[in-house]
Design a protein around this ligand. Sequence first.
Ligand code: NAD
Ligand code: ZN
Length: 360
Amino acid sequence: MSFKNFPMVSRVIYGRGSFNQLDEIISPKRQGRDAPFIYFIDDVFKGNHWLTSRVSLSYKDKIIYVPTEEEPKTSQIDQIVEDIILEFSEHPSGIIGIGGGIVLDIAKAVSIMLTNEGESKDYQGWDLVKNPAIYHVGIPTISGTGAEVSRTTILTGPERKLGINSDYTPFDQVILDPELTKDVPKDQWFFTGMDCFVHSIESLNGTFLNAFSQSYGEKAFEICKEVFLEDYLSEEEAQDKLMMASWHGGMSIAYSQVGVAHAMSYGLGYLLGIKHGVGNCIVFDHLEAFYPEGVKLFKQMKEKHNIVLPSDVCKDLDQHQLDIMIDVALGLEPLWENAIGKNWKSKITRQTLQDLYLKM
Ligand code: NAD
Ligand code: ZN
């Protein structure tokens, strides 16, 4: 048996206000006047002096504000990379992503595609990236996805929604400053936070589970229960804890996999453009048969925070559209193998998925 030798984020700084040290951290990485730092910042922060005044631009450094209505597409990454190559005479010194999962994934993907030929769709999958990426820094401003720690960047391509999973994907540097999450709207806080909860459930209840994943998964699970079901945490404590839950949830799936909710949520995302966090919630709400305990807790959390999920999202779909979603979901074989076991194909049929989708 051979074991996978995974890279991890090589440096991480944690603490409220640690974002102030951004400039000091990245300055030594500057390759010269013509090699800029390029900042991808969630456009929710446009005009937000509190945050942007701490991003100091020198020489040819540039801020690109990223809209987050839609999740990243391979064509979008290719366009950004082409623009950067045309605009600057040298490769950037670094790519810095400041935002939620969308912005973090864009930063990762752009840093990879600047040093690897061809189109980003060619790298969707496992271990297809050949060259090390440009130095890249991740600064989450909302907690839950684990994108700050993971080995993947999830992109929607012409044929599928799938990550670029590679040893070069993880950030070289992460800044975990929970204060940055203070203005996240309530519903979004819940949806993205539930991504972490679902990561922990899918990892802990998967057949790939091992002590490594379990140790992280249990911690993420425990913190999520505290943050979403208990009343004794202050707002700041809850922000601090959820940021660490996200980290642990991400670490937990590094050495295992996600499961049914993610597989089916990718289907909703691909066909209907439903975003990851809310998509996971829509699906997970109907997965009692797979994760009875987790779904019970999820429903309690939903109720406690008065969250109303979109419903009937698949009601008007025709058979062809349902088939597209089912194809996307079933194509994610490692997820099903983790969730159900090696013989999953004998247990999960297209009809199983169709019946579930029609309930959502
Ligand atoms: P997101 O990036 O869409 O952000 C959600 C919303 O919150 C956006 O409208 C954003 O503007 C807003 N927001 C973020 N920070 C804010 C702040 N501090 N104040 C106010 N508003 C703020 O959502 P997400 O749930 O963080 O990420 C989802 C994306 O992450 C998807 O594209 C998904 O595929 C990806 N993802 C990646 C991984 C990975 O390991 N790479 C894992 C899970 C999900
Ligand atoms: Zn997820």
